[in-house]
Design a binder for this molecule. Structure first.
Ligand code: NAP
Ligand code: GLV
Length: 329
């Protein structure tokens, strides 16, 4: 009998074709998100689930899915999944790293440049019919070239952002728990420093850590106070890495110059105050939103799902320790 897979939300067709060849697919062909109760109902007979970052794969949901063997997330971040609960049940969790690195680094730069050079504000000005003439002080922004970029988290995306900074002649600092090979530091001309030094010295602070207990509100009042009053905060990691209420206050009080945000603490709700601030660029979590990239992400998740269900090793396990006993069977 073919295994059963639940696909929680609309995906690119390539993923469905891969799944349908080997599995019976229960497909929710819609952009609607399922709450925990509806998710549990659809997971009753599922051997695996292909899910998205909007799906709450909590410990309770996992506990209520009796046959589940695989959770296959179409994203690199997987903070919506209780990986510890899955691991305890012997459920393999996979994600989609790598294919979205360049697209997300590009978007980080789009935000950085847009915030520094006031691009959305300037466009709003023009569209509102306010443009009268070239003025020497019209919509002047901040320098980017030659300034200091501070990267918090120096994994795949952090390093891809640093690579782009070479073209802007920037000094690159990074804060990370672990060391980066000297060859990579040299190639990217990046220097590892403690977080507080990075905050004090950077003109642009860009966040690239996963959301975990220890990174929740990593940037709060204390950290914002350490930043230069001319500096910008860019967040394409996860909303809760920043204390958004503290950020609104910092922007209102001029503690920092501006921000560029692709992610928010309680998506899709935007913290009160942010929408009113002209010095913030706000995007609806579109870091990896390139058609070819999203299609690849869907295919990667589907391939790992099929691999697990057909006895092969999935390529991107988040909890590889679960696979070891399976491989010895
Ligand atoms: P990655 O390669 O795993 O890099 C994350 C880095 O963060 C690692 O190098 C990790 O190194 C470091 N880190 C973890 N905890 C830290 C801490 N407390 N302080 C400093 N560094 C820490 O992941 P990635 O592919 O670059 O993706 C990063 C995140 O970006 C994802 O988890 C996701 O949330 C987000 N993302 C967002 C979008 C979007 O659409 N906006 C798209 C893709 C990804 P150590 O563990 O050695 O410290
Ligand atoms: C998107 O946010 C991802 O984590 O892939």
């Amino acid at each position: 009998m073919k295994p059963r897979v639940f696909v929680t939300r609309r995906v690119y067709p390539a993923a469905l074709a891969i799944l349908q060849e080997h599995c019976v697919v229960d497909y929710q062909d819609s952009h609607d998100t399922l709450d925990a109760a509806r998710l549990v109902r659809r997971l009753q007979h599922a051997d695996a689930v292909v899910c998205q970052l909007t799906d709450p794969l909590t410990a309770a949901v996992i506990a209520a899915a009796p046959k589940l063997r695989g959770i296959h997330q179409i994203a690199v971040g997987h903070d919506n999944i209780d990986v510890a609960a899955a691991t305890a049940r012997g459920i393999v969790v996979t994600n989609t790293p790598g294919v979205l690195t360049e697209a997300t680094a590009d978007l980080t730069w789009a935000l950085l440049l847009a915030a520094a050079r006031r691009v959305p504000e300037a466009e709003r000005f023009l569209r509102a019919g306010k443009w009268q003439r070239w003025d020497v002080d019209l919509l002047c922004g901040a320098d980017v070239s030659g300034r200091t970029l501070g990267l918090v988290g120096f994994g795949r995306i952090g390093q891809a952002v640093a690579r782009r900074a070479l073209g802007f002649g920037m000094r690159v600092l990074y804060a990370s728990r672990s060391e980066t090979p000297a060859a990579v530091e040299q190639e990217l001309r990046a220097q590892r420093v403690p977080l507080d030094l990075l905050l004090k010295q950077s003109d642009f602070v860009s966040l690239h850590v996963p959301l975990r207990d220890e990174t929740r509100h990593l940037i709060g009042v204390e950290q914002l106070c350490q930043m230069k009053s001319t500096a910008f905060l860019i967040n394409t990691a996860r909303g809760p890495v920043v204390d958004e209420r503290a950020l609104v206050a910092a922007l209102e009080e001029g503690l920092i110059a501006g921000a560029g945000l692709d992610v928010f603490e309680t998506e899709p709700t935007v913290t009160p105050g942010l929408l009113q601030l002209p010095n913030v660029v706000l995007l609806p979590h579109v870091g990896s939103a390139v058609t070819s990239v999203r299609s690849l992400m869907c295919a990667l998740a589907a391939n790992d799902c099929v691999a697990l269900l057909t006895g092969e090793r999935p390529k991107h396990p988040v909890n590889p320790q679960v696979l070891a006993p399976l491989e010895n069977e």
